[in-house]
Design a protein around this ligand. Structure first.
Ligand code: BJW
Length: 232
């Protein structure tokens, strides 16, 4: 395995909905996908929110409540163990808004599409941790306005942590994509970026995705089996 200058092995892991599927969190696309009963543009764009905020708040409130009945699986736990072993040489970038990586123990973690357990204030831009329902129009703990929305990234909005993610992707030795269809940018472009800067690229996914640049190693199967095997 090629290593850069210092002899340290830097790993970036990108995760998507597939890593949480075995915990009982629905994925987005496919027959049983989260959006099967919802049109994407109704719930996952700023225009959809403006058109029917109550429906969108109810959708995200229900998903936030559902977090209480799911738990991290073997794949989340394996990544947390890897961080325990190599520290911040491992960066986990998740597109997921659930908190399963956090609860498994990952700390060097970026939620690039936001978090269900945070709200964002449209008046003052605070991002408070949030447990309750937003449909009740609670006051922002910082400015007092009733303008809280889910702290998630919708189409057309800027994902979180992009500078840090891109720096890590271009500097990593190994880039691993787990449980994502690779249909949503900029995350879908990271495999090509990593490959262009010389990283080895690995995919662990139920079904192979169709990236612009093929992975060096693509393994098909359940994350709950593939990720612990890859980590050990
Ligand atoms: C398993 C499994 C098991 C199942 N084990 N695996 C053309 C080119 C480039 C960009 C664009 C473009 N046209 C439009 C854009 C921009 C747009 C975009 O990408 N659109 C595409 C539709 C083309 N992107 C944006 O708007 C983003 N912002 C942006 O681009 O800002 C400007 C910018 C400019 C320059 C630089 C950088 C930025 C924002 C995207 C926001 C996405 N938001 C959502 C909703 C979040 C809130 C919520 O949760 O409701 O994020 S959409 C949704 O998709 C969610 C997910 O994070 C994301 C990705 O889905 P994911 O995780 O891949 O899930 P699935 O369901 O698609 O796949 C699951 C996979 O798991 C499958 O492969 C299964 O096989 C597998 N699997 N069981 C292992 N047990």
């Amino acid at each position: 395995m090629r290593m850069r200058q210092t002899g340290r092995m830097r790993i970036v892991v990108l995760t998507g909905a597939g890593i949480s599927a075995e915990s009982g969190v629905p994925t987005f696309r496919g027959p049983d996908g989260l959006w099967e009963g919802h049109r994407i543009e109704d719930v996952a764009t700023p225009a959809g929110y403006d058109a029917d905020p109550e429906a969108v708040l109810a959708f995200y409130d229900a998903r936030r409540r559902a977090l209480a009945s799911v738990a991290p699986n073997a794949a989340h736990r394996a990544l947390a163990r890897l961080e325990g072993a190599i520290g911040d040489e491992l960066l986990v970038v998740t597109q997921n808004v659930d908190d399963l990586h956090d609860r498994a123990g990952s700390r060097n973690l970026i939620h690039m599409h936001g978090e269900l357990r945070r709200a964002r204030c449209l008046a003052c831009d605070a991002r408070p941790e949030w447990q309750g329902d937003l449909i009740d129009r609670p006051r922002c703990p910082r400015c007092g306005e009733r303008m809280l929305r889910p702290d998630v990234v919708w189409f057309g909005e800027m994902p979180y942590g992009l500078d840090r993610i891109e720096q890590a992707v271009v500097a990593c030795d190994v880039f691993v994509s787990i449980g994502t269809s690779g249909e949503v940018y900029p995350a879908a472009g990271y495999v090509a970026l990593a490959a262009a800067f010389g990283a080895r690229t690995v995919e662990l996914n139920l079904e192979p995705s169709d990236p612009v640049v093929p992975f060096d190693d693509a393994r098909a199967g359940r994350a709950g089996a593939l990720v612990p095997a890859w980590v050990e």
